[in-house]
Design a protein around this ligand. Structure first.
Ligand code: ZN
Length: 162
């Protein structure tokens, strides 16, 4: 399971709308395993397939002390509320920005067994879900900035991107 090279802004793959995955096969299983390893190595709390150059609707999320979550063809089915968060992205290193995200989201997706599931999340997990699903639509968190002043530089050791 190799760590895959990350794609960075302005790589055009980050701006494409990713394709739906038709089904689970060994190639997809291998991609997911490599994405999890890449996310852990980064380190990050989430990673979407376009960030490793694959324009498929696949994302992984690894919350601290929890088993990694695999999301195939995920979609947000419900959002509630609005809150201001600080956000970063592995594809845009050394920056963070303040943007608005939902207070809670409900997401449906398929897992690696091809089974559909729903998850209702709040806090960092909700933020990570919105961030990764944005990636699958070619959207980056900087698109949500209300002003250029809301983006600032950070030190590399503060990194824990999405
Ligand atoms: Zn990101």
């Amino acid at each position: 399971m190799p760590v895959l090279p990350l794609r960075f802004v302005p790589d055009p793959v980050l701006r494409q709308k990713a394709r739906r995955v038709p089904g689970v096969d060994t190639r997809l299983e291998k991609l997911v395993a490599d994405m999890i390893e890449t996310m852990v190595a980064a380190p990050g709390v989430g990673l979407a397939a376009p960030q490793v150059g694959v324009s498929w609707r696949v994302a992984v999320i690894g919350m601290p002390d929890e088993e990694s979550m695999v999301l195939i063809n995920p979609a947000v089915v419900r959002r509630t509320g609005e809150r201001l968060v600080e956000e970063g992205c592995l594809s845009l290193p050394s920056y963070r920005g303040e943007i608005k995200r939902s207070v809670s989201v409900t997401v449906k997706a398929r897992n690696l067994q091809g089974k559909e599931f729903r998850i209702k999340a709040r806090g960092l997990l909700a933020q990570a879900l919105e961030h990764e699903i944005d990636h699958l639509n070619g959207v980056l968190y900087v698109d949500h900035l209300e002003s250029p002043d809301a983006l600032y530089r950070i030190q590399p050791e503060e990194e824990h991107g999405l």
